[in-house]
Write a protein that binds this ligand. Structure first.
Ligand code: PLP
Length: 367
């Protein structure tokens, strides 16, 4: 029997990168893999210890998590963004990818509904819309929103893959337009901590939303800010009614974070030290890698934030750049994976060890 949903979801395109990966792996100094954004630094001991201490967990955890967890999230958002969030309007998630993928379904959207995603985007926004049977419109043009009348709009600032950051005015314009159309705004803020050249602002910042969270969801992840990708830990905050509905649906669906991971989140979100340390590591890697790419004639566009450099070679398309860099053992991601008009860029991730970043810089310098 054909599974219509499996057929509708595009295959992961990463197989197309295999030849370049093989080529890069043949480099005598080994591959420098900058094609994916998986963290490589250690999970902070404070999280590991809290996880271990909660290892004896015979009872079921709750979807909303213990009050300490929701308070820790509200405290984190208050300290690190300008958002004042009621702990009751917080929902822990099993990492943010599952939330992205299931949000349209859990908002009860369907075939009559449009989901707007950025033109260059993390592919799971479209996958989630497809799972719900919605129509996906990839556009950065606010005027197009009026034509397609979306029910859900995804924002992602700082962006994967482009690193672009929206300022307060740009975010407020999007929130205002979505509100006028009655659309929910889901703002994927998993890279909010990684703003290098200009500040990054949450959709829940009062300058953006006027202190009213109606119709707004800020989506966060602990994967990148503190190397908890293996734990699967994230959270959403925002519109209290939407959060309450999603919590209820997720109780029925059994979408619960394990108790030990909840404890690790509480411990981690209680302090800024590890997040600052991780930011410092990525900033140092970016400071090395960006000029090294520019010195060989590559052009870095946007890239004010996030963990990626959005790079183009004036002479070629993304696959030519992928191949050129694979020749010196550096693997990068083709822009074509992220949107229809992204084929002239490659995405270069900062998520490699200091040693691998230094190796990449050395190889680029020898070009
Ligand atoms: C833009 C964006 N959103 C969400 C995620 C998912 O992160 P996680 O599921 O680890 O929280 C990623 C992962 O790379 C991402 O780049």
């Amino acid at each position: 029997m054909t599974n219509r949903l499996a057929a509708a979801l595009a295959d992961y395109p990463w197989d197309a990168l295999q030849p370049a990966k093989q080529r890069a792996a043949e480099h005598p100094g080994g591959i420098v893999d900058l094609s994916i954004g998986t963290p490589v630094d250690d999970t902070p001991a404070v999280a590991v210890e809290a996880l271990a201490a909660a290892g004896n967990s015979p009872g079921y955890p709750t979807v909303a998590g213990p009050p300490e967890l929701r308070s820790a999230v509200a405290g984190y958002l208050g300290r690190r963004t300008s958002a004042t969030v009621d702990p009751g309007a917080v929902l822990p998630t099993i990492g943010s990818k599952e939330f992205v993928a299931w949000l349209p379904t859990q908002l009860a959207l369907g075939p009559d509904d449009v989901v707007v995603v950025p033109e260059a985007a993390y592919p799971t926004y479209a996958a989630g819309a497809t799972i719900a049977g919605c129509r996906v419109v990839a556009t950065d043009d606010l005027d197009r929103w009026d034509d397609v009348r979306p029910r859900l709009v995804w924002l992602n600032s700082p962006s994967n893959p482009t690193g672009r950051i929206f300022d307060v005015d740009q975010l407020r314009a999007r929130v205002d337009r979505a509100r006028a159309l009655g659309a929910v705004v889901a703002s994927d803020e998993c890279y909010l901590e990684f703003a290098w050249d200009v500040p990054a602002v949450s959709v829940l910042d009062p300058r953006v939303c006027g202190g009213d969270h109606t119709g707004l969801l800020a989506v966060h992840s602990l994967s990148k800010i503190a190397n908890l990708a293996g734990y699967r830990a994230g959270f959403v905050a925002g519109d209290p009614q939407v959060i309450a509905d999603l919590t209820m649906i997720r109780r029925h669906a059994g979408m619960i974070i394990s108790r030990p991971v909840q404890q690790a989140m509480i411990a981690l979100l209680g302090t800024d030290e590890h997040i600052e340390q991780q930011r410092g590591r990525y900033r140092a890697r970016r400071d090395l890698l960006r000029p090294a790419l520019e010195r060989v004639g590559l052009v870095v566009d946007h890239s004010q934030g996030s963990l990626y450099l959005w790079v183009t070679d004036p002479d070629g398309d993304c696959w030519k750049t992928v191949d050129r860099l694979a020749e010196i053992g550096i693997l990068v991601g083709p822009g074509a994976f992220y949107g229809q008009n992204c084929g002239d860029h490659v995405r270069v991730a900062l998520t490699a060890t200091d040693e691998r970043i230094r190796a990449a810089v050395k190889r680029l310098a020898a070009l």
